[in-house]
Design a protein around this ligand. Structure first.
Ligand SMILES: C[S@@+](CC[C@H](N)C(=O)[O-])C[C@H]1O[C@@H](n2cnc3c(N)ncnc32)[C@H](O)[C@@H]1O
Length: 374
């Protein structure tokens, strides 16, 4: 007989709001977790209440599947009468995502074919949209649709909008409002590296202009504007290449000194660690069209359950081990299983108690890959 993972506390019996039990529940929380384990916390309640509990920049990956808006004949998908009401609500949720997502974090948000374009525009106001992933579904309810009665083409897909904070990966260069959006980003991701290069430049008695002029001589460029400025500035910052770093070190130490002592490889590693993770290789689905098989019907299946394989793909592509993954519409808890299996932490929110229980059960028996639940 298997036993639950160490450190797990169950709160399936709902506790009054604000009640604190044991040491695992933080005193300042208003919304008591449904489950508070070592590496995962589930909240039963409205996502806006639960999101309010999460500190700023505390989540590395948001992978979530909000209600689609009146697609499913279920109360949670019929909370709004008009698309505008639904979008206004989703925008409040997105504002919280913007707050809790770490500056180098990633967002994956599913949307129905009918709402996808509007959801993408809405998210585009707060995030930099990187891909609109199309999940092609060979099997599914859409096959039962009476094609002749549709009066339009069938949409056998769901969209998943993949986004980051504006300017997080120096990706949005040239877009209207780029500089403002970067300024809005809470803390510039590469600031430790920029500050190191800029600090060494100051210590060596150089100005950015002097470096730029020396670089112009080196490259033979006709203008003094060039890459050099971007090594020290906040906007459109870039890490120098290994060659340019070696040249910069020679320049600063020309008259003796101990400037830029850090090895380039060390800077490069720090750069990779600070950067938004994206670990996609040629061996996994690397285009924005996905064909993961839908979940086959089984007793207790969530009506919108996403395939584990697809959620693991998202988790592995866009987070690192030990990172925190958030799903604030967790349903069956598949995102939690994907996160825990891959050595990430998980925060899940679900308004239906039955699905909270199902998710708790599912994640509780999920050992990280390579470990077994004793
Ligand atoms: C589209 S389903 C997600 C299914 C999930 N991706 C899975 O694979 O099982 C949306 C879920 O969000 C929940 N939900 C709807 N409104 C919510 C809200 N305001 N706060 C928290 N959960 C909510 C619903 O109960 C439903 O289980």
């Amino acid at each position: 007989m298997q036993a639950p993972i160490d450190g797990l506390l169950f709160y399936s019996e709902r506790l009054p709001w604000g009640t604190s039990v044991g040491t695992a529940v933080r005193e300042d929380l208003y919304l008591t977790p449904f489950t508070d384990a070592d590496n995962w916390t589930l909240y039963h309640g409205d996502c806006l209440d639960a999101l309010a509990e999460l500190p700023d920049s505390s989540v590395n990956l948001i992978a979530t599947d909000p209600p689609y808006f009146r697609i499913k004949n279920l109360p949670w998908d019929r909370q709004w009468d008009k698309p505008t009401e639904y979008l206004a609500w989703l925008d409040r949720v997105a504002a919280e995502w913007q707050r809790v997502l770490a500056p180098n974090g990633s967002l994956y948000c599913f949307a129905s074919p009918r709402m996808a374009a509007r959801v993408e525009c809405l998210l585009g106001e707060r995030f930099c949209v990187l891909n609109r992933i199309r999940w092609m579904k060979e099997a599914g309810w859409h096959n039962k649709t009476k094609k002749d009665a549709l009066r339009s083409f069938l949409s056998p897909w769901e969209e998943c909008i993949f986004a980051e904070h504006p300017g997080a990966d120096n990706m949005a260069k040239g877009e209207a409002g780029y500089a403002t959006k970067c300024d809005e980003l809470r803390g510039f991701i590469f600031e430790p590296l920029r500050a190191y290069l800029d600090g060494e430049k100051e210590r060596a008695g150089f100005t950015t202009r002097r470096v730029a002029e020396a670089f112009q001589q080196r490259t033979g460029s006709r203008t003094v504007t060039g890459m050099a400025g971007h090594w020290f500035l906040l906007v459109q910052w870039t890490l120098p290449t290994a060659d340019n770093y070696a040249w910069l070190r020679d320049l600063f130490n020309r008259n003796g000194g101990e400037y830029l002592r850090r090895e380039y490889e060390d800077l490069r590693r720090e750069y990779e660690d600070l950067r938004r993770p994206f670990a996609v290789t040629a061996d996994v689905p690397y285009t924005d069209v996905w064909d993961f098989p839908t979940v086959r019907p089984y007793p207790g299946k969530h009506p919108c359950e996403k395939p584990l394989e697809m959620m693991e793909h998202i988790v592995r592509a866009s987070s690192r081990e030990g990172d925190t993954v958030l799903d604030c519409f967790m349903g069956s808890g598949v995102t939690g299983e994907a996160a825990i299996r891959n050595g990430r932490k998980f925060v899940g929110v679900e308004m239906a108690e039955e699905w909270c229980k199902a998710a708790e059960e599912r994640i509780m028996w999920t050992p990280p890959i390579g470990e077994s639940v004793v």
